[in-house]
Design a protein around this ligand. Structure first.
Ligand SMILES: Nc1nc2c(ncn2[C@@H]2O[C@H](COP(=O)(O)OP(=O)(O)OP(=O)(O)O)[C@@H](O)[C@H]2O)c(=O)[nH]1
Ligand SMILES: [K+]
Ligand SMILES: [Mg+2]
Length: 382
């Protein structure tokens, strides 16, 4: 892995040295594409004898959603897991107390949310730095296990970046950079651009908006790095070289992220007021259990789950045990599939009560989109 890491480092150095202007745009685009390809190599499972970088921790996914606690060592991730789930994960004042992934469960508004406590990560996993020399677990930990944390983070429906209120704000940026470097996009939508390969005709570049970052030459340079010589590229927003690379690379994950600002018992009210205004932030004190409800509310908001109550014929809806759908897959068909794999085949129509229904009830087909807290009764074929 060292050679890939060295190559990454070389490219990063070259990018840092290259002045950003119109004349260098295509060269920088090319370097970014090279970087993206190398980082993908790091995430791929090793062919032989490698570090197992592509594999996350061996913890079974369970419940309706998965949330991961990510952050530098000793910011209070394990303390948060313990307080939020009642599970035991060792807490101590020294760094790298947690050596593996510890799962816990939060039952919130009828949904079962799996919360993962993860080992602390440090800056520069991809540079092969691994764990600090002064730590006792140096032998156990190396850059590869850091990759396990990142691979596991990729499987989460929401990431909580835990920050220490008394540590510098730059820590946030370092953690983000680490996750972004491995294809995780935080609080971002997939880029609104289409990229279509074809057999001939060269590179066609069009844009429906004024674009300030990309030009034909840069697009061509990026494509050539992927040995693509014929393609239609259409932008529907002011996309950057990174956006285009994300679409070509494909394996990006778009995950909502909450920044839990922990240990606020250590800062002044004035400091807290400033930090409280930052977007996606949630100030807490895990140790003193301050604002844990606020954090749960925020996680719930960012998970954006849809609760559907089932109503058996002639009976009251079951408000205790909702069927949980994700906001992106919440049609009646998705609901059927959640209940039983054959439900969709037996489906005749559904009756829906709630905000998605025009009448009380509305008779709908499989394609109908449900909303949070709708009540649904399925009518089967006889
Ligand atoms: N003052 C204060 N200390 C806290 C708070 N939360 C956690 N701590 C302390 O911070 C230290 C580290 O807590 P952990 O929960 O072990 O942190 P971690 O992020 O899991 O650490 P690693 O597993 O080593 O990465 C412990 O001494 C905790 O008691 C808090 O809200 N306020
Ligand atoms: K610790
Ligand atoms: Mg821990």
């Amino acid at each position: 892995m060292a050679t890939v890491m060295q190559k990454i480092k070389d490219i990063e150095d070259e990018m840092a040295k290259t002045q950003k202007n119109k004349a260098t745009a295509h060269h920088l685009g090319l370097l970014k594409a090279k970087l993206a390809k190398l980082r993908r190599e790091l995430l791929e499972p090793p062919s032989k004898g490698g570090g197992g970088a592509g594999q996350g921790f061996d913890v079974t996914k369970s419940g309706d959603a998965r949330v991961g606690l990510v952050g530098f060592p000793s910011v209070g991730k394990s303390t948060l897991l313990n307080k939020l789930t009642g599970t035991f994960s060792e807490v101590a004042s020294y760094e790298f107390t947690t050596l593996t992934c510890i799962p816990g469960v939060i039952v919130y508004r009828g949904a079962k949310i799996q919360l993962l406590d993860l080992p602390g990560i440090i800056e520069g996993a991809k540079d092969g730095k691994g764990r600090g020399r002064q730590h006792r677990q140096l032998i156990v930990f190396n850059a590869a296990s850091e990759m396990q944390v990142i691979s596991t983070a990729r499987t989460c429906n929401c990431i909580i970046i835990v920050l220490d209120a008394i540590k510098p704000i730059t820590h946030k940026r370092l953690i983000e950079k680490e996750l972004e470097g491995f294809g995780i996009r935080l609080n971002k939508e997939p880029p609104n651009l289409t990229f279509r390969k074809k057999d001939k005709g060269g590179i066609n570049f069009t844009s429906t908006v004024t674009n300030t970052h990309l030009d034909l030459e840069t697009v061509k340079a990026i494509c050539s790095e992927y040995r693509i010589h014929n393609a239609d590229v259409t932008l529907r927003f002011d996309a950057t070289a990174d956006d285009l690379i994300d679409v070509i690379e494909g394996s990006r994950v778009y995950i909502p992220c909450v920044y839990a600002l922990n240990k606020i018992d250590q800062i002044t009210l004035e400091e807290l007021e400033i930090l409280d205004k930052l977007p996606h932030y949630c100030p807490v004190s895990a140790h003193l259990e301050w604002n844990l409800d606020g954090l749960l509310d925020k996680i719930w908001e960012y998970l954006d789950l849809t609760r559907i109550y089932t109503k058996p014929k002639g009976m009251n809806p079951d408000y205790e045990d909702p069927v949980i759908l994700s906001s992106k897959k919440r049609t009646v068909e998705d609901f059927c599939n959640q209940i039983h794999k054959d439900m969709s085949k037996q489906f005749k129509y559904a009756l829906v009560w709630g905000s998605s229904a025009k009448h009380k009830p509305q008779r709908v087909g499989k394609e109908h989109e449900l909303e949070d807290e709708d009540v649904v009764q399925i009518i089967k074929k006889v």
